[in-house]
Write a protein of this length. Structure first.
Length: 214
């Protein structure tokens, strides 16, 4: 087989993989964490064994979908961080970008972050719980790199940037997960409150009890 034939075959395989991921996306948007391999195969017009041949298993398909959505989210977060605005505005824009993404596609968010009940036992869904931590760690490392590139934190910059990166991602994830479930305030109010926390309001706040605080 010559190089041209191999290239054509690879392009065809890549195109087919994209088509299958798009079919999986449609099912996830409809079913959320309950999306099953059977439903995705049916949406793609193929049998489940063929789907397994492309992705290995449910975990392989989940990983491919997670990368697809995480890459898009990280691109949006980088654009917000690099926008021509002052630092506070860029921080708020970055927080809002993350929250807007999970608000716009809550079923995709739940699929990526919350395991479906019984998913590993009866193929009613995907065992996503064991995958969400690596996904969040990747986001933390990516944000740490952005912080290190853009801020002069003095000695120990690399270590501090990693602490801040993972800490901010953890905050966004926990606060966003709670907000998406309860909607106790508007997205804009949540963005302002989280930005206040990052901006040092916690350190500046007085102690209600008159004691040493936390």
């Amino acid at each position: 087989m010559d190089t041209t034939q191999r290239t054509d075959q690879q392009r065809s395989a890549d195109r087919r993989r994209r088509e299958l991921l798009e079919a999986a996306d449609r099912v996830v948007l409809r079913d959320g964490p309950g999306a099953s391999m059977n439903a995705i195969a049916a949406e793609a017009g193929i049998t489940k064994p063929i789907l397994y041949r492309h992705f290995g298993d449910k975990g392989g398909l989940y990983a491919a979908l997670a990368k697809r959505h995480t890459d898009a989210l990280l691109d949006s977060l980088r654009a917000a961080l690099d926008a021509p605005a002052d630092r506070r505005e860029r921080v708020e824009s970055t927080l809002d970008t993350y929250l807007a993404a999970i608000e716009a596609r809550p079923q995709v968010y739940r699929f990526l972050m919350h395991p479906a009940e019984g998913g590993t036992q009866n193929d009613q869904g995907f065992d996503t719980g064991r995958h969400s931590i690596p996904l969040l760690r990747r986001m933390g490392e990516e944000l740490a790199q952005v912080i290190e590139e853009r801020l002069d934190l003095g000695p120990g910059t690399h270590e501090l940037a990693r602490v801040w990166g993972h800490g901010i991602v953890g905050m966004m994830h926990a606060a966003g997960d709670w907000w998406l479930g309860e909607r106790p305030c508007s997205r804009a109010e949540l963005v302002r409150s989280l930005a206040d926390l990052l901006w040092g309001r916690l350190a500046a706040a007085g102690d209600r009890m008159g004691g040493p605080g936390f």
